[in-house]
Each structure stands twice: as C-alpha cells, then as structure tokens.
Design a protein around this ligand. Structure first.
Ligand SMILES: *[C@@H]1O[C@H](CO)[C@@H](O)[C@H](O)[C@H]1NC(C)=O
Ligand SMILES: *[C@@H]1O[C@H](CO)[C@@H](O)[C@H](O)[C@H]1NC(C)=O
Ligand SMILES: *[C@@H]1O[C@H](CO)[C@@H](O)[C@H](O)[C@H]1NC(C)=O
Ligand SMILES: *[C@@H]1O[C@H](CO)[C@@H](O)[C@H](O)[C@H]1NC(C)=O
Ligand SMILES: *[C@@H]1O[C@H](CO)[C@@H](O)[C@H](O)[C@H]1NC(C)=O
Ligand SMILES: *[C@@H]1O[C@H](CO)[C@@H](O)[C@H](O)[C@H]1NC(C)=O
Ligand SMILES: *[C@@H]1O[C@H](CO)[C@@H](O)[C@H](O)[C@H]1NC(C)=O
Ligand SMILES: *[C@@H]1O[C@H](CO)[C@@H](O)[C@H](O)[C@H]1NC(C)=O
Ligand SMILES: *[C@@H]1O[C@H](CO)[C@@H](O)[C@H](O)[C@H]1NC(C)=O
Ligand SMILES: *[C@@H]1O[C@H](CO)[C@@H](O)[C@H](O)[C@H]1NC(C)=O
Ligand SMILES: *[C@@H]1O[C@H](CO)[C@@H](O)[C@H](O)[C@H]1NC(C)=O
Ligand SMILES: *[C@@H]1O[C@H](CO)[C@@H](O)[C@H](O)[C@H]1NC(C)=O
Length: 825
C-alpha cells in the first residue's frame, strides 16, 4: 500500500505533442457537441485510433456507448497495458456522459477539477488505480451521482465537507486511500445511501451523529481509521443495516444500547477499539446476527445470558477483554454456533455441561481465563465438527478423558493429573504438573512424573518390580540431586573449579579461558574498596577490576549480610545459572563466579560506557548517543530478549528490564544484564510470584494478577525503547496512555530527545518504527502486546518506506492498528 510513485513525464509530453498535431489538422470553427466529443476521444491518447475512426466512435470503440443523438453517455475503459491520465481526456466535452468507469487500470495523476463539468454523471468508478492528490471540490457539483467509487487509490486530503450535496448517492466507497480529517457531518444528508465504505484511511475525529439519518444504509464499513469518541447512539436509526464494521479504530466509552434496534444486523465487528462498557443487554434483539466480534477491547462485566437469543449466531468472538464471571449455559441454545473465542479474559467457574448441545462447534478457544472443573464436558462423542479446542492457561483439573478428540488440542498450563493418553502431542500438555507418564524422555524433557504401576503385573512379580523401581528411583533421585548441584559446573567445557583451603569453603567457577584467580579480584579491587565501585543495583554493588593481564572486568558483589538471606542466595544462583548457559552478542558475558560464606561475586565482561540510564542522564554523553546509535540499542535489546524468550529452553523471563540494566560497550552496543530476578517459565506452572522489577518499568497487569510471563518483559522493553527516543523516562506518556487517543495534538517529533538535532530523513523512518513498536509493547492488555520474536523480526527485515509525512506523525497515529499491521506486529 505504501510505495513511492513516479510521475510519468514521457506520457505527458507525448500526449501534448499528439494533441497539438490533431488541432493543426483543423475541425469546424464552431464544432457540434458530437464533434467535440469525438475530438476529445481522439486527442486523449487512451485508444489506438486513426483519424478515420473519428466519425464512428460510438460504434467502433469498445466500451463507449452513445444516446440516439450520437452523444457519448458511457465510457468504460478496457485497456490496461499502459498508464493513462484522466487529464488527457477533455472531460468538459462530455455534456451527456452518465457513466464513467476506469477501474483496475493504471490510471495515474490526479482527478482534474473538470470532472465537475460532467453534470449528467450518475456512475463514477475510478477504483483500483494509482490516483494521487485530493478529491476535487468540484465533484460535489455532480448532483445526479448515485455511485461514487474511488477506493484503492492514493488520494490524500479531506473528504469535501459539502459531499452532502450529492443527495442521490446510493453507493459511496472511498476506502483504501490516505484520506485524513473528519468524516463530514453533511454525509447525513445522503438519505438514499445504502453502502458507505470509508475503511482503511487515516480519518480522525468522531463519527458524526448525523450518520443516524442514513435510514436506507445496508452496509457501513469504517474499519482501520483513527476514529475516536463514542459510537453515536443515533446509529440505532439505521434499521436496514446488515453489516456494521468499526474495527481497528480508537473508539471509547460504550456500545450504545440502541444497537438493539438494528434488528436486520448480520455482521457486527467492533474489535480493536477502546470500548469499556458492558455488553448491552439489548444485543439479544439482533435475532439475525451471524457474526459478532467484540474482541480486543476493555469490555468488563459478564457475558449476558440473553446472548442465547441470537439463534442465527455462527461466530462469537469476545477475546481479549476484561470479561469475568461464568460462561452462560444459555449459549448452548444457539444450535449453529461454530466459532467461540473467549480467550484472554477473566472468565471463571466451570464450563457448562450443556456443551453437548453445540453439535456444530468447530473452534472453541477459552484459553487464558480462570476456568476450573474437569474436562468431562468436552469429551462428548458427537462433537463431530470440533477441529480446535484450546483450553490452555486455565485451572482445569482431573484426568484427561480418553474420548477427548479434536485435531488441534491445547491443554497446557492447567492443573490436570493422571496418565497421558498415548495419541496426544506432549507440547500441548506442558505445564500440568500432575500428569504422569512412564516414558523416561518425557519425564526429563517435559517434567512429567512417572505413573504408579499398580494392577499391571501378576502378584508374585509385583514386589520385585516395586522394589527395583523404588531402588532405581532412589538412585535416579540422588543422581539427579547430584547433577543438579553440579549442573552449572558440567555445563561449560572451559569451566575450572578452584578450591582454596585458605578461604575455607570457597567455590569458584571460571568460564573465562584467560585465567582469573580469586586473589586477583581481591587485589584488583583492594578487597572491594569503594573507590572501585561503579554502581549499585538492587542485589549488589558493581566494581571495576583491572587484572594483572591488563584486562578490565566488572565484578558484581552481593554483600555478606545479604548473602545469608536465602532469596539472595537464590538470586545469585539464578543469575549464575542463567548466564553460564547463554551465549548471545547482546547479553552480558559471565566470566565466572565465586561463592563463599562471607562473599559472593560474579565476574562479567566490562562495559565501558556504563548503563543506558547513566548515558541518557548525562547531557554530554546523551549528545554523543546519536539517533543511529539509539535505534541500534533498541534493536540489540530486542534481539537479546527474543533470544531469551524464544530460543532458550525453558524460556527465560528477565523480569527487570530497565534502562539501568542495558549496558553499553565502547562501540555503544547494548548488552542486557542483571539476571538476578530472571525466572524460567514452565518450571512452575503458575508463575505467580512477588513483584520483581523496577518501578516505572513494571507491566500494569502485575499489580493485580501477579502472573509473570514474557509479556511483562515486552512492556518493560517498550518503556526502555521510548526512553531511548525521549532521552528520559516516559512517565507522563505512560500515565496518559489511556487518554492519549482523544488528544491527537502530540507529535512524535515533539517528544524526541531535544538535546539531539532533528533526525534526518534516513534515520527518521527507523525512529518511527521503534516508536510504533514501543507503543505496541505498552498496550495495557498483555495479549495485545507483540512477542519479542515478532519485534526482532520486524527490526531485521528491510521495510519499504512509509508513504506518510513522518515529521508530522502523531502519537495517536503511531498507535493505530494500521501501522502495527504494516509492521506485522
Ligand atoms: C475541451 O472541451 C471544451 C468544451 O467542449 C472546449 O471548450 C475546450 O477547448 C476543450 N479543450 C481542449 C484542450 O481541447
Ligand atoms: C485487475 O486486473 C487484473 C488483470 O488485469 C486481474 O488479475 C485482477 O484480478 C483485477 N483486480 C480486481 C480487483 O479487479
Ligand atoms: C431517493 O430514492 C427515491 C427512490 O429511488 C427517489 O424517489 C428519491 O427522489 C431519492 N431521494 C433523493 C434525495 O434523491
Ligand atoms: C453494496 O450494495 C449492494 C446492493 O446494492 C450489495 O449487493 C453489495 O454487496 C454492497 N457492497 C458491499 C461492498 O457491501
Ligand atoms: C440529520 O440528523 C440530525 C440529528 O442527528 C438532524 O438535526 C438533521 O436535521 C438531520 N438531517 C437530515 C437531512 O435528515
Ligand atoms: C432517530 O432519528 C430521530 C429523528 O430523525 C431522532 O429523534 C431519534 O432520536 C433517533 N433515534 C435514535 C435511536 O437515535
Ligand atoms: C427489539 O426489537 C423489537 C422489534 O424487533 C423492537 O420493538 C424493540 O423496541 C427492540 N428493543 C430494543 C431494546 O431495541
Ligand atoms: C443453521 O444453519 C443452517 C445452514 O447452515 C440453516 O439452514 C439453519 O436454518 C440454521 N439453523 C438455525 C436454528 O438458525
Ligand atoms: C481467538 O482469539 C485469539 C486472541 O485474540 C486469536 O489469536 C485467535 O486467532 C482467535 N481465533 C479466532 C478463530 O478468531
Ligand atoms: C487461542 O487464543 C490465544 C490467545 O489467548 C491464542 O494465543 C491461541 O493461538 C488461540 N488458539 C488457537 C488454537 O487459535
Ligand atoms: C468468579 O469471580 C467473581 C469475581 O470476579 C467471584 O465473585 C465469583 O465467586 C467467582 N466464581 C467462581 C465460581 O469462582
Ligand atoms: C486451581 O485449583 C485448585 C483446586 O482445584 C486450587 O487449589 C489452586 O489454587 C488453583 N490454582 C490457581 C492458580 O487458581
């Protein structure tokens, strides 16, 4: 959609020369209407014609029709091999033209204002072309127009506010352009309008209440714009409406209860907005509704049981909202319901047993909720169309029924127990600690327990078997314990264990192939003298140590008294374990660590420039950190997090991403550090925990859910990315994130770090991409945040240039779904 255009100079020159030569050949001095039209056709250069055709344009040229008097009434252009321009056809000549259709051909240039001279035009279709420029104001003089189709072009500017003069319009489609500004309120005068499509533009502002006057409207599509404010209650007057699409806007507040009047509605899509009211009870009136999509909003409250009245419903999508309470059993009254997507809500209770009535169900996704109870309701034999059943991330308990059957099944992260039926894919079962299996690789790789072996063998063998298994298990247990204790040591081939009797139970491991000794560190830091201290973090102080070899390392020391607190010991082991297994360019390298009663420290690669936070804080250094470097820092950090989340098994959540934990080396390249609070997913299926992290970077949902997952890191990353662009922590923006969409004033360029010169065009595109990514990460709804993998991919791929004025891009535009989708986030 967004490309560069080349204006076609050759063509214009050619046409001017050609028309000159025809004029020379001389027509009558006061030419008749028919001659004028023939003249215009001949001169346009659209058709390959010889002068001998000029008296027969009605009969000779395919796509041109005339009235009885021989005057042209209809032009449908049929050739598509080359680019043509509307301006080369002298539109003023066609007094009787009723139908002009040049669709899906390479029409370039702009729409000339002479189009307003076609007073008899009823049907204008210029869709699927490469038209640029604005919609000419003169178009509102076409008072007989019923069809106006300009979709899929590159039109800019605003919709003429006087468009309400085209009172005979029945079809208006301006979608897939770059139209800006507001939807003119005068649209309300188009009382015969049946189809209105303004989708995929950059239209701002509110939906004018006058839209409720369009009482004949059947199809209304405004998706992918930046419309905000409320959905006007007057839409309740659109009693003939069948299709109502408002997805991907910034609409606030509530779904008006007047939607209940739209009794002819078949398709209602309000997804991807900021709607915050309960689902109106009046929705039960929409007895013809086939498709209901309210996903990706902030809808609170319960699912109204009266939804059961929607007997024609085929697809019910309410995912990614704040819906709580139970799934009403009345839903099972809807016989034809085939797609149910309630994922990412706070729905609790058990699943209604009346599920067996959903005989047509094909797709059921209730993942990421708080549902409990057994899987019995899902194991009904006659759900013969069930393709997809996603129950992951709930709290379902009990065994997996043998008869549970779906091609695409996900039961992971529940509380299921008992043996695993053979045919199931194990990946779909992880995160269920109670499940058991007797195949050893499953036990080690997926952390399933072995099943007890009762009732399987004849009695006399039983004792022997139990005994041998117990012995085996005991041995395995001790072996495991031993391995666990030493796993860090075994992991690295370069590791070297040093024990010195002088210091008692000192235990050091060096990952570094140059040699470092415990004594070297103590000497280099003069036994951790404060003058070598270069920073203090939540879990200890960092010292700079120059080794005898001249090499500089950073030593992070946990204080003695802290080391005695079990959580610090754990944090230390965590960090050591995580880092000893990771090798990534943008993750800090661990050279080794030492454990001792008195002292615990970790030795890292030294980062000359210190933390991103300290660099941004210092005016001189901040100015050295130009836009290109800043973009690279954000990208490097994204790659590191993507690696932790998606390439490590089990995935690692850092949990404390902040500008202080992104360190910079002499080349200004970033490395992620401070894994003191990192946590492995899967080991503990609940992932519920005390809040760790740095104030100002913690994802908002942690305040109430306490569930830590990758999306928390994604949020913190968003804060760091924005901070890197702004040069300071984006406090105000974070707190106004909810209301920002009503305040379209703020431009990206205004919030960029003012200490740096304005970005040049070449880097501005990168900055805009970083900003889009950052705002996507800051989405209050964790499910709507992109994954680090997507972000990392997005930074790696070569994007074609945006075709929007980047210097004027507003925060609100950055948050639009259209730009997110362009980056495939
Ligand atoms: C276009 O048509 C109008 C009216 O028919 C005529 O006056 C004008 O000269 C024409 N222009 C050209 C460039 O042929
Ligand atoms: C446009 O025309 C091409 C062939 O000329 C055809 O393949 C394509 O489907 C058309 N697109 C539309 C939207 O009509
Ligand atoms: C709307 O359509 C009806 C019937 O087609 C017609 O009688 C009426 O004049 C139209 N209204 C306007 C404002 O054109
Ligand atoms: C527009 O209205 C016509 C009926 O006039 C209908 O058949 C068609 O599907 C509608 N177009 C769109 C894009 O919905
Ligand atoms: C359109 O609706 C508005 C209120 O919604 C009303 O004031 C106005 O008179 C209506 N205009 C027409 C042409 O029906
Ligand atoms: C429908 O339109 C009438 C006037 O045309 C207005 O009085 C009424 O409030 C509107 N109904 C709704 C639900 O907006
Ligand atoms: C429901 O629809 C009926 C007729 O279809 C209508 O009379 C009633 O006013 C509607 N109720 C609401 C709340 O819209
Ligand atoms: C269910 O759908 C079928 C066709 O898909 C239709 O014939 C039938 O009327 C629908 N049943 C109900 C109760 O709407
Ligand atoms: C259900 O919702 C989730 C989350 O919004 C989405 O990933 C999935 O594609 C949806 N599935 C369907 C069939 O709508
Ligand atoms: C179900 O919804 C979740 C989002 O909550 C999504 O991640 C998942 O892919 C969906 N499952 C299927 C099978 O579509
Ligand atoms: C569901 O959650 C609500 C609070 O959101 C609580 O009042 C209710 O008791 C819960 N129901 C069940 C069955 O847990
Ligand atoms: C899941 O349910 C069990 C009881 O069935 C309860 O003990 C446990 O706390 C629940 N877990 C969560 C995370 O809600």
């Amino acid at each position: 959609m967004m490309q560069f255009f080349i204006s076609n100079f050759h063509l214009v020159t050619y046409v001017l020369v050609f028309s000159g030569s025809v004029l020379e050949s001389g027509w009558a001095s006061t030419p008749s209407q028919i001659q004028l039209e023939a003249n215009a056709i001949m001169n346009s250069g659209w058709w390959h014609l010889s002068p001998s055709h000029s008296h027969h344009i009605c009969s000779w040229i395919d796509g041109i029709s005339c009235n009885d008097a021989g005057s042209v009434t209809r032009i449908t252009y049929k050739y598509s091999e080359r680019s043509i321009q509307l301006v080369t056809l002298n539109l003023s000549a066609f007094k009787n033209l009723e139908h002009l259709e040049v669709s899906n051909y390479s029409l370039i240039g702009s729409i000339p204002s002479q189009i307003g001279n076609l007073f008899n035009l009823r049907h204008l279709d210029l869709s699927y072309n490469s038209l640029q420029g604005e919609i000419p104001l003169s178009i509102v003089h076409l008072s007989k127009l019923t069809y106006l189709h300009l979709f899929h072009n590159f039109l800019r500017g605003e919709i003429p506010s006087s468009i309400g003069h085209l009172s005979k319009l029945t079809h208006l489609d301006l979608s897939h352009n770059y139209l800006q500004g507001k939807i003119p309120s005068s649209l309300g005068h188009l009382s015969n309008l049946t189809n209105l499509t303004l989708a995929n533009n950059a239209l701002h502002g509110k939906i004018p209440p006058s839209i409720g006057n369009l009482s004949k409207l059947v199809y209304l599509n405004l998706v992918n714009n930046v419309l905000y404010g409320e959905i006007p209650p007057s839409i309740g007057n659109l009693s003939k409406l069948n299709y109502f699409h408002l997805a991907n806007n910034a609409l606030h507040s509530e779904i008006p209860s007047s939607v209940g009047h739209l009794s002819k509605l078949i398709y209602l899509d309000l997804s991807y907005n900021f709607l915050r009211s309960q689902i109106p009870l009046t929705i039960k009136n929409l007895s013809n509704l086939f498709n209901l999509d309210l996903s990706h909003n902030y809808l609170p409250g319960k699912i109204p049981s009266s939804l059961g009245h929607l007997t024609q419903l085929f697809s019910l999508i309410i995912s990614n909202n704040n819906i709580e309470g139970p799934i009403p059993s009345q839903l099972s009254l809807i016989r034809n319901l085939s797609v149910i997507n309630l994922s990412c809500n706070k729905i609790n209770g058990t699943f209604p047993t009346s599920l067996s009535n959903f005989i047509n169900i094909q797709y059921l996704n209730i993942s990421h909720n708080l549902l409990t109870g057994s899987l019995k309701p899902f194991s009904v034999e006659h759900l013969r169309f069930l393709e997809t059943l996603d129950l992951s991330y709930n709290n379902f308990t009990g065994p997996i029924p043998e008869s549970l059957n779906a091609h695409n099944l996900n039961l992971s992260f529940n509380n299921l127990s008992g043996p695993i039926p053979y045919r199931l894919d194990l990946y779909e079962l992880i995160g269920n600690e109670g499940l058991c299996n007797n195949i050893s690789y499953m036990q080690t790789e997926y952390l399933f327990q072995p099943c007890s072996v009762r009732d399987k063998k004849p009695r006399q063998n039983q004792l022997v078997i139990i005994l041998s298994i117990t012995i085996f298990l005991l041995m395995a247990f001790f072996l495991l314990l031993y391995l666990r204790h030493n796993s860090i040591a075994i992991k690295s081939k370069h590791a070297r264990i040093t024990e010195t009797s002088k210091n008692g139970d000192l235990f050091c491991i060096w990952n570094y192939n140059g040699s470092i000794a415990y004594e070297d560190i103590i000497t280099a830091t003069e036994d951790f003298n404060l003058k070598y201290c270069i920073g203090t973090g939540a879990y200890g102080s960092v010292y700079r140590a120059q080794l005898p070899s001249g090499r500089i390392v950073a030593v992070k020391k946990l204080h003695g008294f802290e080391a005695e607190v079990p959580s610090f010991d754990e944090s230390f082991r965590n960090e050591a374990k995580v880092l000893s297994e990771i090798k990534h360019r943008h993750i800090v390298k661990l050279h080794g660590f030492c454990l001792h009663k008195r002292i615990m420290f970790l030795i890292y690669e030294y980062m000359e420039r210190g933390s991103l936070f300290s660099v941004l804080f210092d005016d001189m250094e901040a100015m050295e950190l130009d836009w290109k470097k800043r973009v690279n820092i954000v990208k490097g950090t994204a790659h590191a997090l993507s690696y932790l989340h998606h390439d490590c098994v089990p995935p690692i959540v850092h949990r404390d991403i902040s500008a202080s934990n992104v360190l910079l080396n002499s080349m200004w390249e970033p490395t992620v550090s401070d894994f003191g609070t990192a946590r492995f997913l899967n080991l503990d299926s609940s992932n519920r925990t005390i809040v760790a992290g740095t104030i100002g970077y913690i994802a908002p949902e942690l305040a109430y859910t306490m569930v830590v997952n990758e999306k928390c890191d994604v949020y913190s990353f968003g804060v760091v990315a924005l901070e890197t662009l702004m040069g300071k922590h984006p406090k105000e923006i974070l707190s106004s994130l909810q209301s920002i969409s009503t305040d379209d004033g703020i431009k990206l360029c205004e919030i960029l770090d003012q200490r740096l010169p304005h970005p040049t065009f070449s880097v501005l595109q990168d900055i805009v991409v970083v900003a889009i990514v950052a705002f996507a990460c800051l989405n209050p709804n964790p499910c709507s945040r992109p994954t680090m993998k997507r972000i990392s991919q997005c930074f790696l791929c070569q994007l074609s240039p945006f075709n929007i004025p980047l210097h004027h891009i507003s925060l609100q535009q950055l948050m639009s779904q259209e730009l997110r989708q362009y980056l495939k986030l």
